[in-house]
Design a binder for this molecule. Sequence first.
Ligand SMILES: O=C(CO)[C@H](O)[C@H](O)COP(=O)(O)O
Length: 229
Amino acid sequence: MATTDKTQQDAEKLAAAQAAVKFVKDGDVVGLGTGSTTTFAIIELGKLVKTGLQIKAAASSIRTEELAKSLGIEILDLGRLSQIDISIDGADEFTASLDLIKGGGGALFREKIIASLSKNAIIITDASKKVKELGAFTVPVEVVPLAYQYVFDQITKLSGKGILRTVESQTFITDNGNVIIDADFGLIDDPAKLASDLNQINGLLAHGLFVNMTSKVIMSDGADIIIFE
Ligand SMILES: O=C(CO)[C@H](O)[C@H](O)COP(=O)(O)O
């Protein structure tokens, strides 16, 4: 049963993170996601590194990179990697068929590159992220600023209601210097079709629908670890 209690949710995030880091082996190149759940995993990895685990990592955001470095995890240049052994990231929603919405933290573009490079793309979540159908959470869309109105209008043509993301009344700017449109498509019957339609839009750098990109979701519901694969 999903909870909204933060302490309980944090306990679930930690449990999922601890289960996920067990899949990391000596010598691995590890892709690190962004967000509160992934933060638990990065801290667990930092502890393992201090006790001798040898890994190198690629980060999906500046804040993840800073955290990882502060814990003694060596960071590689994501743009120079052809493959990542294992990645650990969070999600805003997931279904039993491993379709995801990501990008609540605004790191979706680099997260998608990491997932694309990963042999083993692991998503960790608390129980609140499991849904029957995606779409209660809006789909984040990263847009090159000069294409903003064009992309916004294309999203409207796909029956999406877009809102420019702001933080404290200021336009949110991604680590890549772009803006985010949070697009409400209602419940999404066919995530693969919507993902493909969004992929056709020029000026749209990345969207938060992750379809066929995940090896397993490790979810904690507080009592048990449940693995979807
Ligand atoms: O996609 C993401 C960031 O771009 C995060 O993984 C997603 O928003 C979940 O975050 P949290 O673990 O804080 O709930």
